[in-house]
Design a binder for this molecule. Structure first.
Ligand code: F6R
Length: 243
């Protein structure tokens, strides 16, 4: 795993956007794996800016998102589909039919089948992952085992706490989600794991501190993947060094 220590969030976001753009430049119909949350907002901003500047073209690009809450549909402001429309899809020339999202209001089994069938067609070319403070990737929470396929997951208490910042009340945070499993994630040809700020330092420190792979620290499965780049900022890295 390669580690990039960026000066700050903006520089890290720029570096990630550049990695994505390099893949699209090589393969105009690249299959991108996308995350939501605070971590990738900056990279989506860079991608939208570069699209406006004519530096990247999304007309043939295909995407798939990692996860979605069960319940809200794409028009709901807290759904991940809404987030993607707001931060990326409405800002670039991607075709709607090339976007794959879980419909949180749909029938979960159908959504799961749709995802696994798409992931069975081709591996993701480049995947951006955020990380939970507990080490989750996608919504693969710490557990006694890894789940390979797309599945329904119960959000961990700490994930509900962390994500309550996007909701008026913590009770409004959905407790279940559909997430891509570890097969879709680990089969990606290139993976970028991004973590910024001191809150994520504990998880990244655990990831880097040994050679073990354990479902108790879901991100540790990335040690089995061929091409993983971890992008952190100096604030996070200083915490790791000083602990
Ligand atoms: C979101 C996702 C999650 C987040 C993680 C970090 O699609 O898959 O794993 O990446 O919870 O969230 P932020 O970036 O908001 O700290």
């Amino acid at each position: 795993m390669k580690l990039i220590i960026a000066e700050n969030y903006n520089e890290g976001s720029r570096k990630i956007a550049d990695l994505f753009e390099a893949v699209i430049a090589e393969k105009k119909d690249a299959f991108l794996g996308l995350a939501t949350g605070s971590t990738p907002e900056g990279m989506y901003k860079c991608l939208a800016e570069d699209f406006n500047a004519g530096k990247v073209d999304f007309s043939e690009v295909h995407t798939i998102n990692l996860d979605e809450y069960l319940g809200p549909d794409r028009s709901h402001p807290q759904s991940f589909g809404y987030f993607m429309d707001k931060h990326l899809f409405s800002k670039v020339n991607i075709k709607q039919e090339n976007i794959m999202l879980v419909d949180g209001a749909g029938k979960a089994e159908d959504e799961i089948k749709k995802y696994d069938s798409r992931l069975g067609e081709e591996p993701i070319d480049i995947l951006i992952l955020g990380i939970g403070e507990n080490g989750h990737i996608g919504f693969n929470e710490p557990a006694d085992f890894f789940v390979a396929g797309t599945h329904i997951t119960e959000l961990a208490e700490e994930t509900i706490q962390a994500n309550s910042r996007f909701f008026e009340n913590i009770e409004d945070v959905p407790q279940k989600a559909v997430t891509m499993g570890m097969a879709g994630i680990t089969n990606a040809k290139k993976i970028v794991l991004a973590a910024f700020g001191k809150k994520k330092a504990g998880a990244i420190k655990k990831l880097l501190s040994d050679d073990k792979v354990s479902p108790k620290l879901p991100c540790s499965i990335l040690k089995l993947c061929r091409d993983v780049t971890i992008v952190v900022d100096k604030e996070l890295y200083r915490c790791i060094e000083n602990e």
